[in-house]
Design a protein around this ligand. Structure first.
Ligand code: SF4
Ligand code: SF4
Length: 307
């Protein structure tokens, strides 16, 4: 009887081994690796950050107008960051965080469009002790920036981060200029490679998605933390959806539960904890349908680019 059992077991093991091809082993290994990475990311986003990192639009509109831009810049009217309100917000965050923040990105839209960008750079320098502050730009206007701009970047320890798009720009002169002023210049994602695909998070106009699951899967949650008018949002979508709503006459709602008011928060830890939680707005994102992106082109401003 024992022998009989052994034979059956051998047969079963043989069958199983036949099915496990080297390709399947590699796939399993890769899957395991991806899962580990996902788990690590999840752990980070569900735990409060040690230091606040955030980004802010200097201009909601842009001079490039990429297809499906997930800051909705091609749909935005010409709106610039209000200097005095930004000064107040920085002073408040600086007070709460005792001047210590992790990273700060000045972007948009196209940040270099702001007519008083130098003043904004000074406000940042006056309020925070960080070497991780950068202007994220498509680079088009870098060729026209004044000496004062470069000096301001240097004095306030602000670096330039260029995202390269498939447009004809030779950055050699800009690199030289940055070098001459001792300003750090980087390429987004640490690569000089050209961005040929745009990330697309398709929107569910009815808001029927699972907010909690979306938040956990999303690469933007507790990562692309956005400051807008004294409020901090866990990502960049909710604070800028107003442009999409207005342009396409839609009503994706943003409520008081989608952000934390920096003037009502009592401490930086309260803010950091808030940012680890899903917001009701997450119900509008179809994170599971996130694709490899859409091929870069100039937008036609069709709703299909965003849904
Ligand atoms: S350059 Fe950036 S902000 Fe401007 S439209 Fe393209 S993706 Fe949007
Ligand atoms: S709303 Fe939520 S799911 Fe959508 S991009 Fe922001 S964090 Fe991600």
């Amino acid at each position: 009887m024992k022998e009989e059992k052994k034979k059956i077991m051998k047969k079963i093991i043989k069958k199983i081994l036949k099915k496990i091809t080297p390709k399947k082993i590699i796939d399993l290994y890769k899957k395991n690796k991806v899962n580990k990475k996902r788990k690590a990311r999840l752990k980070i986003k569900l735990q409060p950050r040690n230091l606040l990192k955030f980004e802010v639009h200097l201009a909601d509109h842009c001079n490039l107008n990429c297809v499906g831009c997930n800051h909705f810049s091609p749909l935005a009217e010409h709106i610039f960051l209000d200097i005095e309100s930004f000064r107040r917000d920085c002073e408040r965050i600086s007070k709460l965080s005792e001047r210590k923040i992790g990273e700060l990105y000045l972007l948009g839209g196209e940040p270099l469009l702001h007519p008083n960008i130098n003043e904004i750079l000074n406000i940042v320098g006056q309020n925070f002790d960080t070497h991780n502050t950068g202007i994220v730009t498509n680079g088009v206007l870098l060729f026209k920036m004044t000496d004062d701009f470069w000096k301001c970047c240097k004095e306030n320890k602000i670096k330039i981060i260029i995202t390269r798009y498939p447009i004809n720009l030779d950055f050699t002169a800009v690199e030289k200029n940055a070098g001459a002023y001792n300003v750090q210049l980087e390429y987004f994602g640490n690569t000089r490679e050209i961005t040929r695909f745009m990330d697309k998070i398709p929107l569910d106009l009815e808001g029927r998605q699972n907010a909690l699951k979306n938040f956990r899967l999303c690469g933007k949650s507790n990562n692309c933390i956005t400051l807008k008018d004294g409020k901090l949002y866990t990502c960049s979508l909710a604070p800028h959806i107003n442009h999409f709503n207005k342009y396409f006459n839609k009503n994706l709602q943003v409520s008081e539960s989608d952000y934390i008011d920096i003037y009502k928060a009592n401490s930086i830890s309260e803010i950091l904890l808030f940012l680890t939680r899903a917001i009701p707005f997450c119900r509008y994102c179809k994170i599971k349908e996130l694709t490899g992106g859409i091929k870069w082109a100039v937008t036609k401003k069709e709703i299909s680019e965003w849904v």
